[in-house]
Design a protein around this ligand. Structure first.
Ligand SMILES: CC(C)(COP(=O)(O)OP(=O)(O)OC[C@H]1O[C@@H](n2cnc3c(N)ncnc32)[C@H](O)[C@@H]1OP(=O)(O)O)[C@@H](O)C(=O)NCCC(=O)NCCS
Length: 182
């Protein structure tokens, strides 16, 4: 697969982040309604944190060429990010190589179907790469993200503590389910 992939959908372009995107990423994660559902849950306070996050993205994406942390553009403007990355196993549990899909969009861009459209593109990419299943994990009260999972046809696994050392509501989509639908 291409080292610098550009994925296009009807309305979106997904591409790798560059350091030029730090202002956008800072704006995104300085918003409590976005930061609340990511990592420590604390909004970013300094632009340098966004630069650091972009720098760490290759490590987060791991070695598989299909994986990545993607900047999402609509109409030539950044609107969010979408991930296809290895999901970190909780302590004491051996990782079984599970792959996660995820999304964080700017509040101004919510309510357009962009997260679902980007998620669908990454589902296609992940299954084309041969991953047998894709996972999404959400805070138990993150109903907007859970709605995206359902729109993608994912199965609700309920609360699981297998990843991120936390109890999270997990969703899974099997490649076979998609193949069976076609
Ligand atoms: C989770 C998140 C990405 C969901 O964004 P979203 O815009 O609600 O999700 P979708 O892209 O699926 O958009 C669906 C909405 O767009 C509407 N919509 C408008 N035009 C549409 C179109 N052309 N096609 C599809 N849906 C469209 C749908 O009706 C739906 O509206 P509703 O929320 O009123 O029901 C967003 O809330 C977010 O970034 N939250 C903060 C970060 C976060 O929680 N990340 C996930 C961590 S697990």
């Amino acid at each position: 697969m291409d080292e610098n992939p550009v994925i296009t959908t009807d309305r979106l372009t997904l591409r790798r982040f560059t350091l030029d995107d730090a202002d956008f990423l800072f704006d995104l994660f300085s918003r409590p309604e976005v930061a609340r559902w990511s990592g420590s849950g604390t909004p970013m306070e300094r632009r340098e944190e966004a630069v650091e996050r972009i720098r760490r993205q290759p490590e987060r994406a791991g070695d598989h060429p299909a994986c990545g942390v993607f900047a999402v553009e609509a109409n030539g403007q950044l609107v969010g990010m979408a991930l296809l990355v290895p999901i970190p196993a909780s302590a004491g549990r051996t990782s079984e190589g599970e792959i996660e899909i995820g999304w964080h969009f700017h509040p101004d861009a919510w309510g357009n179907g962009y997260a679902t459209e980007a998620g669908r593109a990454l589902v296609e990419r992940g299954f084309a790469a041969g991953f047998p299943a894709l996972y999404a994990v959400t805070d138990s009260d993150n109903v907007r993200s859970q709605a995206v999972c359902r729109r993608l046809g994912m199965t609700d696994l309920g609360l699981r503590d297998d990843w991120y050392d936390r109890s999270l509501r997990a969703f899974r989509l099997d490649r076979q389910e998609i193949a069976a639908d076609q």
